[in-house]
Design a protein around this ligand. Structure first.
Ligand SMILES: Nc1ncnc2c1ncn2[C@@H]1O[C@H](COP(=O)(O)OP(=O)(O)OP(=O)(O)O)[C@@H](O)[C@H]1O
Length: 526
């Protein structure tokens, strides 16, 4: 990859003589990023460095700078609001901001205002109140959670249609960092370079509607079942960093739950089959964002959805469901290469599998190589909309809110025999919990603009250079032997985690009078 300039400093000294002190010469220092790896999913993929150009006169310096600007070599002047979550990840956001982001922005010509988020959901408020005349891009130094808040703050404004055009960016500094990993900006240097250069690609957004509740917007994922539980429960192990997902996932996989419910889907690209008058969405009474045309399905007294909706087969008990907008679920889970954040399609995976060994091994062995979905563990559905009808509704942590809405699925003798989970399973949207109830999920293709590296290739965008680079990266990823820190496809730290959990489980079982051998037999036999 060619080096990429992100800023410069010009000094004008005395006119040139062979003996002049170098410090006093006319010079331009170019700040640029050099790439050391082709696979930009690695945090060590790039380094920043400088080159010095000497000129004979100050007018030569001016001419050079003007020419470089005209040719687009230097970044364009823009105004950025930088939101830093001091608590993101294990508190690394502040360090990344101070040691990488701000020093790089200093010479870029980009005008920056920095603000710390002070409490949960603060970023929603900031994006909601932002003066759009003063900011061109809203960039977070955080995990995916704060970007989710920014999107929700912008899209819930009365002037959402203008706000959605403000470009948004992320410098990954959280635990999962799914968006940054997916677009190849996991290195803070590459991410900051992308923010400075300001190239954007379209971003599809999912909206999640529930009866009488404000709509929620998602740029990344919706899940229910094993993966949702593992993601949300992993918050207890935040101190472990990205490893927290593996530990929580393992615990949840060992005792899988069956969740009762039904899921209906619309055909993919359904919107394109509608006439223009059908496409114009009805405005909500307060003039806010357009309402859903399928809003009537949210009423629990509504009839079963009819054509073009269809009920997914293998109902009515799930072990996991996942809707995803990009290839990575996190830094350590590369799910599939078949999704892009701007392809206008919803891809949904679900599984009714509850045999531990059938789930555990693919998740341990294939979580980094994109083969998780190739194993047939999960059914893959392309769709244009989803209606999720859980058998038990409520706020998971509030027992007084729990309501069995599908008694046949939950309390029938057949359900009891299958040990169906009697409480609401967690609904996880972009890593945040939402109430578990009838939910309509719709796609809004290309609704927002996401800052990406200028070589990032997205289907439908005609950029040959970016396409070639993307293909080279995919090929390199497929060909590469696993990084040396992996043994038998598993990170040593994961092995330590697996070992620690196994020992803890054995001790726990011994304390309860059970034999650890019975436990191992139980896992292998189910
Ligand atoms: N100053 C703060 N104090 C406490 N919580 C905060 C603060 N600022 C933001 N938050 C909350 O921190 C949560 C997590 O933030 P973030 O997404 O940056 O990190 P993460 O969860 O570690 O990363 P990821 O989302 O990639 O897993 C968000 O829900 C946000 O509301």
């Amino acid at each position: 990859m060619s080096p990429c300039i992100f800023g410069y400093e010009a000094t004008k000294g005395n006119n040139y003589t062979a003996t002049a002190d170098k410090q006093q010469q006319h010079k331009v220092v170019l700040h640029y990023v050099a790439f050391t790896e082709l696979d930009l999913r690695k945090s060590s993929a790039a380094t920043k460095t400088t080159a010095q150009l000497l000129f004979e006169s100050s007018s030569d310096v001016d001419k050079f700078i003007q020419m470089a600007r005209d040719l687009g070599v230097f970044p364009k002047t823009r105004r950025i609001l930088l939101l830093v979550n001091p608590n993101g990840g294990v508190g690394k956001a502040k360090r990344i901001s101070d040691t990488v982001v701000k020093p790089m922005l200093q010479h870029s010509g980009v005008i920056v205002k920095e603000q710390y988020t002070e409490y949960g959901k603060h970023a929603v408020e900031i994006a909601n109140k932002l003066n759009l005349n003063e900011v061109d891009s809203l960039v977070v130094v955080s995990g995916d959670g704060v970007l989710h808040e920014v999107i929700n703050g912008l899209l819930s404004r009365p002037d959402w249609d203008r706000a959605r055009k403000t470009s948004i960016g992320i410098i990954p500094a959280g635990s999962a960092n799914a968006i940054g990993t997916s677009i190849g900006t996991i290195s803070p240097i590459v991410a900051t370079l992308a923010v400075i250069r300001g190239e954007t690609s379209k971003l599809d957004i999912f909206s999640l509607s529930q009866l009488n509740k404000p709509r929620i917007y998602s740029m990344l994922s919706f899940s229910w079942g094993m993966m949702a539980d593992a993601d949300i429960e992993s918050d207890k192990y935040r101190w472990l960093g990205p490893l927290r997902f593996e530990v929580a996932g393992l615990i949840r996989m060992i005792k899988l739950r069956r969740y009762p419910g039904k899921i209906y889907v619309l055909p993919p690209k359904y919107q394109e089959t509608l006439s223009t008058s059908e496409l114009t969405p009805p405005q909500s009474p307060d003039g806010r964002e357009p309402e859903s045309r399928f809003k009537h399905l949210l009423d629990s007294d509504a009839q079963e959805p009819t054509k073009p909706w269809r009920l997914l087969p293998n109902m009515p008990f799930y072990s996991m469901c996942l809707l995803l907008n990009c290839p990575n679920v996190g830094e350590t889970i590369y799910f599939t290469d078949t999704i892009r954040h701007n392809d206008g399609i919803m891809r949904f995976w679900y599984s009714c599998e509850t045999r531990v060994r059938k789930i555990l091994f693919p998740f341990v062995l294939d979580q980094m190589n994109g083969k998780l979905v190739e194993r047939g563990l999960m059914q893959d559905v392309e769709c244009g909309g989803i209606l999720v009808v859980p058998g038990v509704e409520g706020v998971p942590e509030d027992p007084s809110s729990h309501l069995i809405v599908e008694p046949d699925l939950v309390t029938s003798p057949a359900a009891k025999k299958l040990d169906i989970y009697q409480r609401p399973g967690l609904f996880d949207v972009d890593g945040e919990v939402m109430p578990t109830s009838r939910t309509l999920i719709e796609i809004h293709p290309s609704l927002m603009n996401l800052i990406v590296p200028e070589w990032f290739f997205c289907k439908g965008e005609d950029n040959i250079k970016a396409k070639e680079h993307a293909e080279a990266v995919i090929q390199a990823t497929k060909n590469q032997a696993r990084p040396s820190s992996y043994a038998f496809g598993v990170k040593p730290l994961s092995l330590v985690a697996v070992g620690a959990v196994a020992v803890a489980a054995a001790l726990y079982l011994s304390a309860n009078g059970d034999s650890p051998l019975d436990y191992i037999r139980y896992i292998l036999a189910i």
